[in-house]
Every structure is written in C-alpha cells, then in structure tokens.
Design a protein. Sequence first.
Length: 293
Amino acid sequence: MATFANNLTQQTNEIHTYTVDFTNDLPAGGTVTAGTATHTPPSGSAGTIAVSVTSPYVYATVPALSLVGSHYIDVLATFNNGDKSSARLPINIVYPSPVARIGMASLIAELRGLTEASPSDYIIAGNPYWVDAQLQDVLDIHRVDVIFEPLQSYPVQVGGGSISYKDYRSGYGYFEATTGGSAIFYLQDSTGAVIASSNYTPDYRRGQVQFSADQAGTTYYLNGRSYDLDAAAADIWRRKAAHYAPGAFDFSTDNHSIRRSQVYQHCIEMAKHFEGASTQAVTTVSMFRGDMD
C-alpha cells in the first residue's frame, strides 16, 4: 500500500505538492516509471494536477482551488513491469487563515491552555477553529485600552539605608507585548515624553516594569492593551458549546449508552467557571438621586 500524509489541509490561496511513496507496492527490484493524477472536487470542474516521478515517489502538485470542502486526488503509478498501483489523497480545502499580531503570541498560547483550543478542533464553512487570529479576535473583545495610567512605585531599601525606585506596577495585567518598535506598550513622564524602552524591562503578564537604574521616585504613566483572559476563556467555551449543541443528544442500545450531552454540559460548566473568575464580572456605576439638588 502506498504511503502519504493523512489529514491533508490546503488553503484556497495555496499551491501544494504532495508526495506519495509507492515503495510498499513495488515488485522486487522494480521502479516507478510513470505517474498520473486526477482530481475529484465536491462539485464543479476538476483541476489539472501536475505530476512528476522520482522512483519510488510520485509528486502531485495541486493548484490553488477556490472551492472549499473535501477534494480527492487519485494518484496512479506505473511500474517498470507494467503493473500499476493507486492511492487516493483526501484534501480538505479551507479559507486562508488570518495572521495574529506578533505581540499576542504569549496571550494566545495561554488562552489555548485555558480552553483546550487546538488550531483544528472543528471546521465551519471551510474555516478551521481555533487558529491564532480567531483567538485574538475573542481577546480583542475583552480588551481594555490603558491610557496614561499612573504607575505605583514600590521602593526598596538598599545598602546604607537609602531607598531605590526601580519597581513600578500597573493595576492591570496580561498586556500585549510591544514588538518591532511599535508603541503598543510604552511609558511616559509627566510632560508626555515617551521613555526609551531600553531603560526598563516589562513583565507584560503581571503588568510590572523594572527599571535598570534608580528613578528617585519619578512618576511614570503607562499606555497599553490589557486583556481579561478569564472572560475570553468563558467566551470560547460558550462558542464551543454552541458548536456541539446540535449533536449533543443521548442514546442507548442493548447494554450500551452514549451521553453526548456531557460534552455540551462540560463546555457550559467551564464557561461559568471562567465567568466567575473574570474581572469583567464586577462593574462600578455612579448613581444619583433625582430628588436632591
């Protein structure tokens, strides 16, 4: 039997070459002398598949295909003794995955851990869930833009009884990282001048800034993007529940019981758990009595 990769996925804007190894089908001392490939789309016209041969391999190049869904490539190899062998490659054509911002990498990785979200949990309308950009979209819903927030300094006593001011902290955490010189996360002084990032080391997760030199109590202000990962995790779990709900029915046969509803219920329970931990669950409003001057 010919061997090749399983679970093949190709985006609509990609051109991909697939390798089929016919070693297991070759007769003793035999070689692959020719190969052909045909395309079967979900509907419409078939595409032209370019083929090349380097025994024992047949290479099939699939062009960019605009129709999402399950496509099949049937690869036929001809051996030097005239025998032939075939292999069918199922390829799932999906829409291109958008690219997430570089500074979101650690937040996306942490959100995956909270939600058991792999890049291909399931596919809806040709889109695999959950790619990085989809998780980023959910995080952006639960984003707080921190603007000119005064940082709290935490002085420490050093040798000789003097005080050193290097540790500054925000009331927020889980910040998007500044990358490539962009001003996503930066500090300003009271005049509005931007502080050079070379003067400090940020801890984006904790919302902490550690200066390399004593700042003598100078006040600094932070600008950045903070994210509520618990709220985002709750959102992801509820969206997973919505996906599993249509098929979450229970059934039983003789001495056998399947409870698919447990998957749905698990997602709902996880959503409630993270909603309870979210800082967005607590809000403050100002109220005024209308009968008082």
